[in-house]
Write a new protein. Structure first.
Length: 119
Protein backbone atom coordinates (compact mmCIF):
# COMPACT_ATOMS: atom_id res chain seq x y z
CA UNK A 1 0.00 0.00 0.00
CA UNK A 2 1.32 3.44 -0.94
CA UNK A 3 1.77 5.93 1.87
CA UNK A 4 -0.62 8.84 1.99
CA UNK A 5 0.66 12.34 1.33
CA UNK A 6 -0.62 15.73 2.36
CA UNK A 7 -2.88 15.63 -0.71
CA UNK A 8 -5.08 12.91 0.85
CA UNK A 9 -5.65 15.18 3.84
CA UNK A 10 -6.52 18.09 1.53
CA UNK A 11 -8.95 15.87 -0.40
CA UNK A 12 -10.64 14.81 2.87
CA UNK A 13 -10.65 18.48 3.97
CA UNK A 14 -8.66 17.63 7.08
CA UNK A 15 -6.26 20.46 6.28
CA UNK A 16 -7.13 23.71 4.54
CA UNK A 17 -6.60 24.49 0.88
CA UNK A 18 -8.12 26.83 -1.65
CA UNK A 19 -10.33 24.14 -3.17
CA UNK A 20 -12.03 25.01 -6.46
CA UNK A 21 -13.80 21.77 -7.31
CA UNK A 22 -14.45 18.26 -6.05
CA UNK A 23 -16.44 15.33 -7.39
CA UNK A 24 -16.47 11.58 -6.88
CA UNK A 25 -13.17 11.09 -8.73
CA UNK A 26 -11.06 14.26 -8.59
CA UNK A 27 -10.28 17.31 -6.46
CA UNK A 28 -8.88 20.64 -7.61
CA UNK A 29 -7.07 23.14 -5.38
CA UNK A 30 -4.63 26.01 -5.84
CA UNK A 31 -0.93 25.22 -5.67
CA UNK A 32 0.64 26.55 -2.49
CA UNK A 33 3.63 27.88 -4.46
CA UNK A 34 2.21 29.24 -7.74
CA UNK A 35 4.46 29.86 -10.73
CA UNK A 36 1.85 31.77 -12.73
CA UNK A 37 -1.36 33.74 -12.11
CA UNK A 38 -3.31 30.49 -12.41
CA UNK A 39 -1.64 27.42 -10.93
CA UNK A 40 -3.97 24.71 -9.73
CA UNK A 41 -3.55 21.00 -9.10
CA UNK A 42 -6.02 18.42 -10.40
CA UNK A 43 -5.70 15.36 -8.22
CA UNK A 44 -7.39 11.94 -8.25
CA UNK A 45 -9.21 11.28 -4.97
CA UNK A 46 -7.76 7.78 -5.05
CA UNK A 47 -4.12 7.57 -4.02
CA UNK A 48 -2.20 6.66 -7.16
CA UNK A 49 1.43 7.56 -6.44
CA UNK A 50 2.79 8.13 -9.95
CA UNK A 51 1.81 7.79 -13.60
CA UNK A 52 3.80 4.55 -13.51
CA UNK A 53 1.20 3.17 -11.05
CA UNK A 54 -1.87 3.84 -13.21
CA UNK A 55 -3.99 0.70 -13.74
CA UNK A 56 -6.57 0.05 -16.48
CA UNK A 57 -9.39 0.64 -13.96
CA UNK A 58 -8.10 4.21 -13.48
CA UNK A 59 -8.93 5.17 -17.05
CA UNK A 60 -12.14 7.01 -16.14
CA UNK A 61 -10.36 8.98 -13.42
CA UNK A 62 -7.54 9.98 -15.76
CA UNK A 63 -10.06 11.15 -18.34
CA UNK A 64 -11.99 13.07 -15.68
CA UNK A 65 -8.80 14.95 -14.79
CA UNK A 66 -8.63 16.35 -18.33
CA UNK A 67 -12.33 17.15 -18.55
CA UNK A 68 -12.12 19.02 -15.24
CA UNK A 69 -8.91 20.81 -16.32
CA UNK A 70 -10.77 22.21 -19.30
CA UNK A 71 -13.67 23.37 -17.11
CA UNK A 72 -11.42 25.03 -14.51
CA UNK A 73 -9.33 26.73 -17.20
CA UNK A 74 -12.49 28.27 -18.62
CA UNK A 75 -13.62 29.40 -15.17
CA UNK A 76 -10.18 30.94 -14.56
CA UNK A 77 -10.51 32.88 -17.83
CA UNK A 78 -7.36 31.44 -19.40
CA UNK A 79 -8.87 29.20 -22.08
CA UNK A 80 -8.73 31.59 -25.01
CA UNK A 81 -5.06 32.47 -24.53
CA UNK A 82 -4.09 28.90 -23.62
CA UNK A 83 -2.28 27.20 -20.79
CA UNK A 84 -0.14 24.19 -19.93
CA UNK A 85 -0.96 20.87 -18.26
CA UNK A 86 1.94 19.07 -16.59
CA UNK A 87 2.21 15.74 -14.80
CA UNK A 88 5.62 15.09 -13.30
CA UNK A 89 6.63 11.46 -12.75
CA UNK A 90 9.23 10.19 -10.27
CA UNK A 91 12.76 11.47 -9.84
CA UNK A 92 13.70 12.57 -13.34
CA UNK A 93 10.30 14.19 -13.72
CA UNK A 94 10.97 16.10 -10.47
CA UNK A 95 7.81 14.80 -8.83
CA UNK A 96 7.80 16.04 -5.22
CA UNK A 97 4.49 14.68 -3.97
CA UNK A 98 3.89 10.96 -4.67
CA UNK A 99 0.16 11.30 -5.34
CA UNK A 100 -0.56 11.92 -9.03
CA UNK A 101 -1.43 15.53 -9.78
CA UNK A 102 -1.85 17.50 -12.97
CA UNK A 103 -0.64 21.10 -12.82
CA UNK A 104 -2.85 23.55 -14.73
CA UNK A 105 -0.70 26.62 -15.29
CA UNK A 106 -1.61 29.78 -17.19
CA UNK A 107 -2.42 33.46 -17.11
CA UNK A 108 0.87 34.53 -18.73
CA UNK A 109 3.00 33.38 -21.68
CA UNK A 110 4.84 30.31 -20.45
CA UNK A 111 7.65 30.07 -22.97
CA UNK A 112 9.18 26.84 -24.13
CA UNK A 113 8.23 23.68 -22.29
CA UNK A 114 11.79 22.90 -21.19
CA UNK A 115 15.09 24.70 -21.23
CA UNK A 116 17.47 23.07 -23.65
CA UNK A 117 20.71 21.79 -22.19
CA UNK A 118 23.66 23.95 -23.30
CA UNK A 119 25.43 22.28 -26.21
P1 LIG B 1 5.39 18.17 -8.15
O1 LIG B 1 6.80 18.67 -8.24
O2 LIG B 1 4.80 17.94 -9.52
O3 LIG B 1 5.25 16.97 -7.25
O4 LIG B 1 4.53 19.36 -7.53
C1 LIG B 1 4.05 19.38 -6.23
C2 LIG B 1 3.29 20.67 -6.06
O5 LIG B 1 2.48 20.56 -4.90
C3 LIG B 1 4.18 21.91 -5.86
O6 LIG B 1 3.97 22.80 -6.95
C4 LIG B 1 3.70 22.52 -4.56
C5 LIG B 1 2.38 21.81 -4.27
N1 LIG B 1 2.14 21.55 -2.87
C6 LIG B 1 2.93 20.84 -2.02
N2 LIG B 1 2.40 20.81 -0.81
C7 LIG B 1 1.23 21.49 -0.87
C8 LIG B 1 0.20 21.78 0.07
O7 LIG B 1 0.26 21.41 1.25
N3 LIG B 1 -0.86 22.50 -0.36
C9 LIG B 1 -0.96 22.93 -1.66
N4 LIG B 1 -2.05 23.64 -1.99
N5 LIG B 1 -0.02 22.66 -2.59
C10 LIG B 1 1.06 21.95 -2.20
Amino acid sequence: MAEETIFSKIIRKEIPSEMLYQDDLVTVFRDINPVAPTHVLIVPNKLIPTVDDIEPEDELTMGRMLVVAKKIAREEGISDDGYRLIINCKEHGNQEVPHIHMHLVGGRPLGFMLKREPT
